[in-house]
Design a protein around this ligand. Structure first.
Ligand SMILES: Cc1cc2nc3c(=O)[nH]c(=O)nc-3n(C[C@H](O)[C@H](O)[C@H](O)COP(=O)(O)OP(=O)(O)OC[C@H]3O[C@@H](n4cnc5c(N)ncnc54)[C@H](O)[C@@H]3O)c2cc1C
Length: 382
């Protein structure tokens, strides 16, 4: 049986990108799926949000976000954009610096073209990996593979219908690495605080988590809240709860008091509905049909306070792994070199991509980390 220079477990974003950057070595990628790059195919709603010009360590979450600094310096968002343009991929910027392809298939084709010297072996479920002497032995459901270097690129455990399980964590553990408990991230939040009749309504909000503020749209659903503001919240440290300002761009207390003086016959609902969706205004004020002239200053103050919703930890729950886009937690970065991605506990063993305890923000940051860690790994073989 052939001994490869390098075996990569996982034909996902990081594994395939790494293979495309390694020259003059025999490289084999093993994947449990029937096709490579399954997550890239569905990323960004089929348009693959492949990078973000704002990618720096502050957009990554885990025990040690500083771990990302070296990889981000080795492969920058500008490098990735150039790569896309060099492959004639048509791109567009959805918000400043947030880059998508017109079609995720274009990214997939380019990735596979770069990796065309690699043996990509699909439908092959890796069961274990051990090292004896200088050689790694990788057992699968079909046969055993051998390699001088082993790279774990198995991704996270979210989106369970296309996940192939937690073998990456198990292999890391078997070589002495710690696993930070994985949890769903970039997902909706289940809560009973809001009326399910609000389902389908989207509104701009400001969310405060510890000292950080996020401004983006929030979507009400029949099970709770979602949309970009909530996805971004879900990846952060929300163990102590967070607050939602439903009317971030308006001093409603002042607006009502001013209107009370100029036109006391107006109803609060009319004023509120000019600032937010009508159903949300109804939810906040109930059946109250008093003119504003009849509202006391104290009632107005209380209404303004209702715009700030305190989400105590007992009042919400993250959606489950099956619908979460990524996994927060994973292989602890403590015993991994941030420059080379090599294990400090086992020579020749490497970890790249989402299997690591690095969770990126919404907006192309996770794929960018897959490319960046893959590049840092590939540089070992230049
Ligand atoms: C719906 C959705 C949309 C997304 N959109 C975006 C986006 O637009 N922008 C962005 O930045 N991020 C996005 N992400 C996240 C992004 O896709 C991932 O962070 C990224 O793909 C991680 O790359 P990876 O190489 O680490 O893992 P993956 O791409 O998940 O690849 C891991 C591979 O390992 C294989 N594997 C696992 N276990 C085994 C085993 N036992 N044996 C053999 N093979 C195995 C899997 O089959 C898989 O092919 C999205 C995720 C989802 C679910």
């Amino acid at each position: 049986m052939k001994t490869y220079d390098i075996i990569i477990i996982g034909a996902g974003a990081s594994g395939i990108f790494a293979a495309g950057r390694i020259k003059n070595k025999s490289v084999c990628i093993l994947d449990a799926g029937a096709t490579p790059l399954r997550r890239v195919a569905i990323s960004g709603g089929g348009k693959c949000n492949f990078t973000n010009m704002s990618a720096d360590y502050k957009h990554y979450f885990g025990e040690n976000p500083n771990f990302t600094r070296s990889a981000l310096a080795v492969w920058t968002p500008a490098d990735m954009l150039n790569w896309a343009h060099n492959h004639n991929i048509k791109t567009f910027e959805k918000s400043p610096g947030q880059y998508f392809a017109h079609d995720a298939t274009d990214i997939i084709n380019a990735l596979l073209k770069d990796a065309n010297k690699t043996d990509i072996i699909l439908n092959t479920n890796v069961l274990s990996a051990t090292k004896s002497g200088n050689i790694f032995e990788i057992k699968t459901n079909t046969q055993t593979f051998f390699a001088k270097h082993l790279c774990i690129a198995t991704g996270g455990i979210s989106y369970t219908n296309i996940s192939s399980g937690d073998i990456g964590y198990k292999i890391a553990k078997s070589f002495g690495h710690k696993i930070i408990p994985p949890r769903p991230a970039l997902c909706g939040i289940k809560t009973k605080i809001f009326d399910s009749n609000l389902s389908g309504i989207s509104t701009p909000v400001e969310i405060t988590i510890n000292r950080e503020k996020i401004t983006d749209n929030m979507l009400f659903t029949h099970w709770g809240i979602g949309g970009p503001a909530i996805y971004r919240t879900s990846v952060r440290d929300i163990n102590n709860g967070f607050t939602i300002n439903l009317l971030p761009n308006c001093d409603i207390e002042n607006l009502i008091k001013t209107t009370k003086q100029s036109n006391g016959r107006r109803q609060i609902k009319t004023i509120l509905s000019q600032q937010m969706p009508e159903h949300l205004a109804e939810f906040l004020i109930g059946k109250n049909t008093k003119n504003i002239a009849d509202w006391t200053n104290n009632e107005i103050k209380k209404l303004a306070e209702k715009m700030i919703i305190k989400m105590a930890p007992t009042e919400f729950e993250l959606q489950k792994f099956d619908s979460a886009e990524i996994t927060r937690g994973g292989i602890d970065t403590t015993n991994i070199s941030s420059k080379t991605m090599e294990s400090k506990l086992c020579q020749g063993l490497y970890f790249i991509g989402e299997c690591l305890d690095i969770a990126g923000d919404l907006g192309g940051y996770n794929l960018h980390m897959a490319w960046a860690t893959a590049t840092a790994f590939a540089k070992n073989f230049e």
